[in-house]
Design a protein around this ligand. Structure first.
Ligand code: COA
Length: 192
């Protein structure tokens, strides 16, 4: 498998595959996927957009991730901002990269693809901090949670409700750049 950096047009060319990986990874229904497809198509034009993809040897899409500079006027940014106090806003939102999507097809999960995608995305990201949202889940059992914790993401908000979605989310964050310490100093991040 091959990890590649994608420009906006690379993602748009593979938008059907992106939506299919997203749907398989999250187990979402077809109607919801069509709405998300529209959003993803618009996200590629946002400032600071960065994307990565993992391709199999025969060119199929095994996973992808993308993000952009988080700013006022963006729905997600405004929701998170309204739930933070002034100090937390200054700390997390002043110069922030949002990881918007990070997914791996279920058949390819558990082999380090997600970790490689996240590491590459954060290496390309601009900003002082990185934020993401992920559904609340058992931290020990959820792959996404284990991945984010291994990368040093800490709690910014827990049990957060976005309008129109009854699931609870956590907003997690960490500083940039992502500095990988030598393994002997940080046994908790072996495997990143
Ligand atoms: C979350 C997600 C992106 C992680 O991607 P992934 O490829 O499954 O994750 P990784 O393989 O990097 O890490 C998973 C495991 O593989 C192990 N691993 C890492 N490198 C490895 C390697 N080279 N060989 C074998 N295993 C490896 C890790 O130790 C990790 O083990 P753990 O889960 O028991 O802690 C993916 O599981 C996914 O798409 N999930 C569904 C959608 C989702 O939740 N997305 C995030 C929403 S915000």
């Amino acid at each position: 498998m091959r990890l590649v950096a994608w420009q906006p047009d690379d993602l748009l060319r593979r938008l059907d595959d992106v939506v299919s990986v997203y749907g398989e990874a999250m187990g979402y229904r077809q109607e919801l996927l069509q709405t998300r497809r529209g959003y993803i198509g618009a996200h590629v034009r946002r400032a600071g957009f960065r994307a990565v993809a993992t391709l199999t040897t025969d060119g199929r899409l095994a996973g992808f991730g993308y993000g952009y500079t988080s700013g006022p006027g963006q729905w997600w940014h405004d929701q998170v901002r309204s739930a933070l106090d002034d100090q937390a806003r200054r700390r997390w939102l002043a110069d922030c990269f949002e990881v918007v999507e990070l997914h791996v097809r279920p058949v390819a999960q558990g082999h380090g693809v997600g970790a490689r995608q996240l590491r590459a995305l954060l290496a390309m990201a601009e900003g002082d901090t990185v934020l993401l949202s992920t559904p609340e889940a058992d931290e020990r059992k959820s792959r996404a949670w284990r991945l984010y914790r291994r990368f040093g993401f800490e709690d910014v908000l827990r049990d957060f409700l976005f309008p129109g979605d009854e699931r609870k989310f956590a907003i997690l964050g960490r500083g940039l750049p992502l500095v990988e310490r030598p393994v002997e100093e940080a046994p908790g991040i072996v495997g990143i």
